[in-house]
Design a protein. Structure first.
Length: 206
């Protein structure tokens, strides 16, 4: 019984986040045949860079697309020239370079007003089964939740052109953090990538 109670309690506090994304595709670049993508979390926060890159790799892999975390190939403590970067990309057969930059990140707060409600429980009193009222109170405190906006750019390695560009806004609940935001963002980016990479059949006039 105790284990069941702990399980139910943990389910009540599962964090979640939502992400909205808007994108524009370069009609001159076909990235539907990309075999390998390098993902780069463009953030000064190394922990968040590792997190978003790992989440993107997982999200792409779940769709049978090979993705590599840039931190495995490009060290954050080493300086590289443009030629160095190009050589790394070509030596590793990278088709596309996906950069995710944090534009803004903040923590918003909201006040949960206090509310009370009355319920009843049955119990035996003097040998009789009666309903006894009890009052529960909820709220009366403030909660905080993370919000962040991002710029996403996919660059075609062969031509050096931008294949698509997007902006995204993510918001978590009071139980979430930037890691929750990262998972939501990564899934949304991959969904957008798959949508934009779909080849449209030409319209044949009758």
């Amino acid at each position: 019984m105790k284990k069941l109670f702990l399980l139910l309690t943990s389910l009540l506090f599962i964090s979640c986040a939502t992400t909205d994304i808007s994108s524009f595709k370069n009609p001159d670049i076909d990235f539907s045949s990309y075999k390998k993508i390098l993902v780069f979390g463009n953030s000064r926060d190394i922990d968040f860079r590792k997190t978003i890159e790992a989440d993107l790799v997982t999200a792409f892999n779940e769709q049978s697309i090979i993705a590599i975390s840039s931190i495995e190939l490009i060290s954050p403590v080493k300086e590289y020239t443009d030629e160095d970067i190009k050589k790394i990309l070509f030596d590793n057969n990278i088709d596309g370079y996906l950069s995710v930059a944090v534009v803004t990140a903040s923590e918003e707060s909201a006040y949960i007003p206090q509310t009370s409600y009355t319920n009843y429980q049955t119990q035996y009193i003097n040998g009789q089964l009666v309903s006894v009222p009890y009052t529960s109170t909820y709220g009366g405190y403030s909660v905080s939740y993370p919000k962040a906006s991002f710029e996403i750019i996919l660059t075609d390695i062969k031509t050096g052109q931008i294949a698509f560009k997007a902006t995204a806004n993510s918001e978590g609940d009071e139980f979430s953090d930037m890691k929750t935001i990262s998972r939501s963002l990564a899934k949304k980016i991959v969904e957008e990538y798959l949508t934009l990479s779909e080849k449209k059949e030409p319209v044949v006039s009758q």
